[in-house]
Design a binder for this molecule. Structure first.
Ligand code: F0G
Length: 463
């Protein structure tokens, strides 16, 4: 890896260091804030000698499209295809599972229900391990390889650990995950075991796991792969490039992202800002964040003080991926909300469950944490923040199979408590009823199946 290809810039005090100089927890030695990667062509470079160099937007558009037809592993990756705007890693150090290149789907029924002309979903759950984390992991794990680490580790609500375990296994590195005991979905837990990671279930929550791991990495030569690692965000910015490509470089009005540790909205904000700075586009979309009501520290901070201070909360939501009370990247997220004109919303358990079922009924599906985006959008439309003509893209972060237990419980009517349903409007209740598809146990007879079809079809059609 070439140190001169980029620097790490502290987002708090502006200090700049070489990538190799970052401490084990990726906090600035001067002020304790988080770093971002800057390049000689970045607005925030300030490094002197290479300021004149600037990638050519027109040439890169062609090159990136062309790479999709190549048989080279790096070209087939929807992250490394954009390597011209990433830290330079030697080709043989790239660890890829052919992540990225995920679909941008239309959600016509959800759009109609909301009175929007159209609505799109960028489905990052269609990545190799089933979540958006793969795009960040390929970048940061490749850096770990190039720096010669043998062990990598993360604290996780499940998806980061699944991604890290897979990429570490591909690279032949040892990995260790710290997860909150009993608070992550089985699909995710099983992945980290399947990929051979040392899986530690700690009797605490995600925030407690982060604390323990910070201490461990400061004492042992273990590379931290949580999203405080700025290289993760470099990979996670590439869906912004893909969205623009997929929309033929027309800028959507609005991107809506679920908020947990708040790195992903920061990464996308960085991606779009870089596209604008380099002249690919002439404006950036609004980027908004939606949190679960039970894990809503950013929402509270935005309401209380416009995001100047954030108080940690004790988090509790069935959307376990975003059950985070003390988000590491909150300052970066506030900056993105302010700079793009986005907003922050929260969604109740009932609203999340309904939104997830609606996305499922479009034939797409997602995990509960991803569905907060649709739940939040409904509120933004209701209060006039999003208009009918606006082009909105929901970032769906995880695959529906990540948490099939949640889905089963919803369809069996066992998910939500009466207290949680008490806040639902009559319309919402009717939607819940209409979307539920409980499995029907019956005798193995064609007559029984025909009776059911008869009842479900318009008179006589089933005969
Ligand atoms: N959606 C899903 C499916 C996630 O797994 C996460 C975070 C988020 C949204 C929130 O993204 O943290 O960047 O704001 N999952 C992490 C993990 C924390 O450990 O898998 P964020």
């Amino acid at each position: 890896m070439s140190g001169r290809s980029h620097l790490l810039r502290c987002t708090g005090c502006g200090a700049r260091i070489n990538g190799e100089e970052a401490g084990s927890t990726f906090r600035c030695a001067v002020c304790g804030d988080l770093f971002e990667v800057v390049y000689p062509w970045s607005e925030a470079w300030g490094g002197g000698d290479q300021v004149g160099f600037r990638p050519n937007a027109g040439a890169l558009r062609h090159l990136w499209a062309e790479r999709r037809t190549s048989t080279m592993a790096a070209d087939q990756s929807g992250v490394w295809r954009f390597r011209d705007l990433l830290p330079i890693v030697n080709e043989d150090e790239i660890v890829t599972l052919r992540e990225g290149n995920t679909p941008l789907y239309e959600l016509p029924r959800c759009a109609k229900a909301l009175g929007l002309n159209w609505l799109l979903a960028k489905h990052q759950g269609m990545n190799p391990t089933g979540s958006f984390k793969d795009t960040g992991m390929t970048a940061a794990l490749s850096v770990a390889v190039s720096r010669g680490f043998e062990w990598v580790a993360c604290a996780s609500t499940g998806n980061t650990s699944a991604a890290m375990a897979a990429y570490a296994a591909r690279a032949g590195l040892r990995s260790m995950v710290l997860i909150p005991e009993g608070k992550i979905a089985w699909g995710k837990l099983s992945q980290s075991m399947d990929y051979g990671s040392t899986t530690l279930q700690l009797k605490t929550d995600f925030d407690g796991c982060v604390k323990v791991l910070s201490e461990v990495v400061s004492k042992a030569p273990v590379y931290l792969l949580n999203s405080v690692n700025p290289y993760r965000l470099e990979g996670q910015k590439t869906p912004a490039f893909e969205i623009l490509e997929q929309m033929d470089w027309q800028v959507p009005n609005h991107i809506i992202v679920p908020g947990g540790n708040l790195a992903n909205c920061s990464a996308l904000g960085k991606g779009f800002a870089e596209m604008k700075h380099l002249g690919f586009i002439n404006k950036v979309p609004k980027i908004s964040v939606v949190q679960a009501q039970g894990a809503n520290p950013l929402y509270r901070a935005m309401q209380a003080n416009g995001g100047d201070h954030l108080e940690a909360v004790v988090a509790d939501t069935r959307a376990s991926a975003i059950r985070i009370g003390n988000p590491a990247s909150w300052k970066k997220a506030v900056k993105v909300l302010r700079e793009t004109g986005g907003t922050c919303e929260e969604a109740t358990e009932q609203e999340i469950a309904l939104a997830k079922a609606e996305i499922g009924a479009e034939g797409i599906g997602c995990e509960p944490a991803s569905a907060v985006t649709l739940a939040g959008l409904k509120k933004m439309v209701k209060r006039g923040f999003v208009g009918a003509e606006e082009r909105v893209v929901l970032l769906l972060t995880g695959h529906t199979l990540k948490d099939s237990e949640y889905t089963m419980k919803f369809h069996r009517g066992e998910l939500l408590t009466d207290a949680e349903m008490a806040g639902a409007s009559a319309d919402e209740r009717a939607l819940h009823e209409g979307l539920r598809r409980e499995p029907i146990v019956m005798e193995p007879s064609a007559e029984a199946v025909m009776r059911l079809l008869d009842a479900a079809m318009p008179a006589g059609q089933a005969r």
